[in-house]
Design a protein around this ligand. Structure first.
Ligand code: HPA
Length: 269
């Protein structure tokens, strides 16, 4: 495992002429941030040894390096989901590679179903914590020396970055929510009873990504900021049929707001 990570990192390093300490996983709602990267150079996932290949519609598979404002960054366009059939090790492989490349801070986004009754479709939710509902743990197996066998998760999402993001949202007049993200395997959206259960268990929003990458980032000592766009509601009395298209539509509408917060935050972080 470690040899594979190092082989992949060596391949990427040989093609890098910047040294970013900031990485972004361009999940739902952040796709257009790509257009703001200057001095960009790219590596397709298909060229990278040991890298899984993205299969989901609307997710392109490449690493993009360049500048966002004055900051050197590395962006993953296309992430790997457990529901696609990848193992948790594969889903989180790029984060371990990031650690080898010298990444110190990771920014992630996703689409999620809102379970907090105050939430509305199109809201942005700054993730303050998560509940891991994936059926396999990404750190299961021999511990890699990036971190301890039993990693602390008391501040999985950097409180400092949450505070900065709230400041930025205030300055820009963008309404944001805060809450707990429940990570599930998908690919089904939840039944009404499941939304209710995740709400009772402490969740404000539920989605099918992010948690694996965030766990591994924490193990590697990479600090994390995450944000969800609420694309549908899992609130009793407000539950209607959901489709991937509607999720995309709500996410596209929220994209400019999410992009503004991320751009500013990354520049100040
Ligand atoms: N549940 C799970 N994942 C999701 C949802 C949802 O309601 N909306 C967007 N991704």
């Amino acid at each position: 495992m470690l040899e594979k990570i190092q082989e992949t990192a060596a391949f990427i390093k040989a093609r890098m002429h910047t040294r970013p300490e900031t990485a972004i996983i361009l999940g739902t709602g952040l796709g257009s941030l790509v257009n703001e990267i200057t001095d960009a150079y790219e590596i397709n996932y298909s060229e990278i040894p040991n890298f899984p290949v993205s299969t989901v519609e609307g997710h392109k598979g490449r690493l993009i390096f360049g500048k966002l404002g004055n900051k050197d960054i590395m962006a993953m366009q296309g992430r790997f989901h457990f529901y696609e059939g990848y193992s948790m090790k594969e889903v989180t492989f790029p984060v371990r590679v990031m650690r080898e490349l010298g990444i110190k801070t990771l920014f992630v986004s996703n689409a999620a179903g809102g379970m907090n009754p105050e939430f509305e479709i199109g809201d942005l939710m700054i993730i303050t914590d998560h509940v891991n509902f994936f059926p396999e743990h990404p750190l299961r197996g021999k511990n890699i020396d990036y971190g301890p066998r039993f990693p602390d998760m008391s501040e999985a999402y950097s409180k400092e970055l949450v505070a900065h993001a709230l400041e930025i949202a205030g300055e820009k007049g963008i309404k944001v929510r805060q809450g707990v993200y429940v990570g599930t395997q998908g690919p089904t959206f939840e039944t009404p009873a499941e939304y209710k259960m995740y709400r009772i268990l402490g969740g404000d929003a539920v989605g099918m990504s992010t948690v694996p990458e965030v766990i591994v980032a924490n193990h590697c000592g990479i600090r994390v900021f995450g944000i969800s766009v609420i694309t549908d509601l899992g609130v009793e009395g407000k539950i209607v049929e959901v489709s991937h298209e509607e999720v995309q539509k709500a996410a596209d509408e929220a994209q400019p707001r999410m992009t503004t917060i991320m751009r500013e935050l990354i520049n100040r972080a």
